[in-house]
Design a binder for this molecule. Sequence first.
Ligand SMILES: [Zn+2]
Ligand SMILES: [Zn+2]
Length: 395
Amino acid sequence: MTSPVGSAPTPKERRPKQEQDPASEEVVEVAPGVLRMQLPIFMPGLGHVNMYGLVDDRGIAVVDPGLPGPRSWRAIQKRLKTGGFRLEDVHTVIVTHSHPDHFGGAGRIAKETGAELITHSAFATFRTSAGEARRRASLSEEDAARLELEAAAAAQYLDLGPDDDRLLDPLRADEDDLDRTAASVAWAPETPWGGTKHVRPSVAKRLMFRALRLLYAPPNPTRRVRHGEMLQLAGREWAAVHTPGHTLDHLCLYDPEHGVLLSGDHVLPSITPHVSGVGNGADSLKSYLDTLDLVAQLDGVSLGLPAHGHPFADVPGRVEAIKEHHHERMEEIQALSQSLGPATVVDISHELFPERHWGAMAESETFAHLEHLVADGKAERWREDDMLVYRVASG
Ligand SMILES: [Zn+2]
Ligand SMILES: [Zn+2]
């Protein structure tokens, strides 16, 4: 089994996070009847996604079959083969949550094998227009491969100017089309916290969104499960554990017999999962912190199997560290509010994050923390000229 610890870090040297490691071709049994298969992904800060295979006498169930697109599809088939399986052996696909690096291959596997496709009952993704569906259906394997490369290239060059010639531009989309695509994939230019001047995504980013949207057909689940429902996988019972926070529809799977938790993006071994304040429930940070406690308290968990990074033993310890990060962030916000006085989400996010991280992600995370402080009675919020303004109480 891959060491969850790794080698000791060199002091002062910032080591890349394990979640950034490129996908290994190895297939490793990490728990009885549970195979770890790594698939390549191309997203900022992430180098692979773990597709877990749960083996039983009917064949294999897979959890989180990676991004869509031909490169990931080839990797899925290759890993299954290495593990001694054919595509037809897949009888179940489980998707932990509605992010493309988790649901990507699910629809295609279900279509080609008739596998059951399981998600949490709240599973929802961005809608796809009829036009996009038609275009996607008619994409050749070659075009799909090209789009995938463009998405990857664009992702790497998000910060480049529109005229940078390292950015491929074979999509030749008109500007309006790109804007519509970007707005509908991320969120409308109007954010809940106000400020219509919200950064218009760069051309690179809009190209990436367009490529992603064409490629990423969200799957249709054939079975939606609720918290506490039992699933028969790898020859034993697993409980569905609803863990909203990273997304509203996030699902973990818990095997009480062997103390295994498939933790998806809810608990990652070395990075702190993103908690967005947009489209994620009223107080997403509260949901997140509450369900971190929930998984830390599960009986006898001795192995966490995350969607990114290596298996890790101490789930409660990791939960503590992530909670600590959010508490520190709230204290930082509290201190900032004292020095800034009444401030907007944008103002506070600019103080909280280095300039290279300014923008939508930083603001939605700041918004989630501020809304949590309001819900907790520790901050007040009002509206001034369409902008939400916050003041956090001292101490
Ligand atoms: Zn995710
Ligand atoms: Zn993920």
